[in-house]
Design a protein around this ligand. Structure first.
Ligand SMILES: [Zn+2]
Ligand SMILES: [Zn+2]
Length: 408
């Protein structure tokens, strides 16, 4: 990998890691993919929510300084409460980058200001942490300076780092491991945030070594942002304009027969369920809970909009607001499960992203409940194909097994 440059594959990996599922063989230009990634990085920091929109230029010094009474910076940078493992997303460069942001906050808490992120083989990013401001309660902003260091054939990376700090008459920085891909992604984040900084503020903290930027708590995308940024159009296999659809199920469009043929491996299972299964329209409800539950209602609508460091109890209550639709009209798997606690008069239903956790309730939908219970049989849980068809309505195919092995 060319130092600090995200390859096309690396960009696609990150986008898929954060559930922006773009076809592997997309014909979208790399610049367009990079632009999509940049918008995702803004969303991962809630930049638009915090400052009005993505084009807002900020001057961090207009915010109050962070004080110790507000707790450690590390703790407030750490937003992984709903993170990778909970979401069933396999960790990759993105979640590691979020971890590195937290690590930088941890260094600040320990009084360390100079950090170098490196794989110790090819490249490094030197980071100088200047100040921490309080953008809002529990949301710190770290102003930083950054510089890239690359090893050459004549001078290995370790010596290059030494000479970088020697030239600045600095004792060396704390060294933290970051793979070349993580460095490239972090570099993208730094550049992205650099573009949000007011020139006056940036000038004040830049020097001939370091470029000014900042960091905010960074984590998985809010469900609203997933719906907004995850939209893909065109051929499901490559993104080109479409000319064919699958004749059997009419649920997917292709640019041509080649893409259709190549995509069949992925498509065959849902195609079979759509064309030969029985589909029920199901209304999903919050659960009335009961004595077994400590909460009045058990409905987790994962809006992901304001991640505190503990789950917001209000989100577990019943709500009039339907869950955000992060799948559009695509088919996806839902998991059906008898609750481990509580009465067996409701079947827990949720998606892999946990954008919602709702119930098929026997009292409200006796017929659907009995079909779903029949499909479950003695299994504690099953996966079935589903499609969102309304605010609280899904179409679910109970009588066809999904055909692919799932575990989440
Ligand atoms: Zn295609
Ligand atoms: Zn089909």
């Amino acid at each position: 990998m060319e130092n600090f440059k995200l390859t096309r594959d690396a960009i696609l990996n990150v986008l898929n890691e954060i559930s922006i599922n773009i076809p592997r063989h997309t014909k979208l230009k790399t610049d367009r993919l990079r632009h999509r990634l940049e918008r995702c990085l803004d969303a991962a920091q809630r930049y638009g929510n915090l400052f009005g929109d993505e084009n807002t230029i900020i001057d961090p010094s207009t915010y109050p300084p962070w004080t110790h009474s507000q707790g450690t910076v590390e703790k407030d940078l750490d937003r992984k409460i709903w993170g990778g493992i909970d979401l069933g997303i396999s960790p990759g460069a993105f979640s590691n980058m979020c971890g590195l942001v937290v690590t930088l906050g941890e260094q600040w808490d320990r009084g360390i200001r100079e950090v170098v992120l490196t794989d110790q083989e090819s490249s490094a990013i030197a980071v100088k942490i200047h100040d921490v401001y309080c953008v809002e309660e529990g949301r710190p902003l770290l102003t930083i300076g950054f510089a890239t260091i690359a090893g050459t054939r004549k001078m290995g990376i370790k010596r290059a780092i030494k000479s970088f700090y020697a030239a600045a008459k600095q004792s060396e920085a704390v060294m933290i491991y970051a793979s070349p891909e993580e460095q490239a992604l972090l570099f993208r984040l730094f550049k992205q945030n650099q573009s949000h900084l007011s020139p006056e503020f940036a000038q004040g903290i830049s020097d001939d070594r370091c470029t000014a930027s900042f960091l905010l708590p960074t984590s998985w995308l809010a469900m609203e942002d997933l719906s907004r940024l995850g939209k893909t159009t065109g051929c499901v296999a490559c993104g080109d304009p479409t000319r064919y659809q699958c004749e059997r199920c009419q649920s997917v469009q292709y640019c041509g027969k080649d893409c259709q043929r190549n995509h069949w491996v992925d498509h065959q299972h849902v195609c079979r369920a759509i064309s030969s299964g029985t589909w029920h329209t199901v209304t999903l409800d919050p659960s009335p809970g009961g004595k077994m539950h400590s909460f009045k209602y058990m409905a987790t609508i994962n809006r992901y909009d304001d991640l505190g460091d503990k789950p917001n109890i209000d989100k577990l209550h019943a709500t009039d607001q339907p869950p955000p639709n992060t799948y559009g009209d695509k088919y996806y798997l839902v998991k059906l499960q008898m609750p481990l606690l509580g009465p067996s008069t409701q079947i827990l239903t949720y998606d892999k992203r946990k954008s919602f956790q709702l119930f098929i309730r026997q009292d409200l939908n006796p017929d659907t409940f009995s079909d779903a219970a029949h499909a479950l049989g003695d299994y504690p849980k099953i996966y079935r194909w589903a499609q969102r068809v309304g605010d609280w309505e899904w179409k679910i195919c109970f009588d066809q097994e999904p055909g692919i092995v799932s575990q989440w």
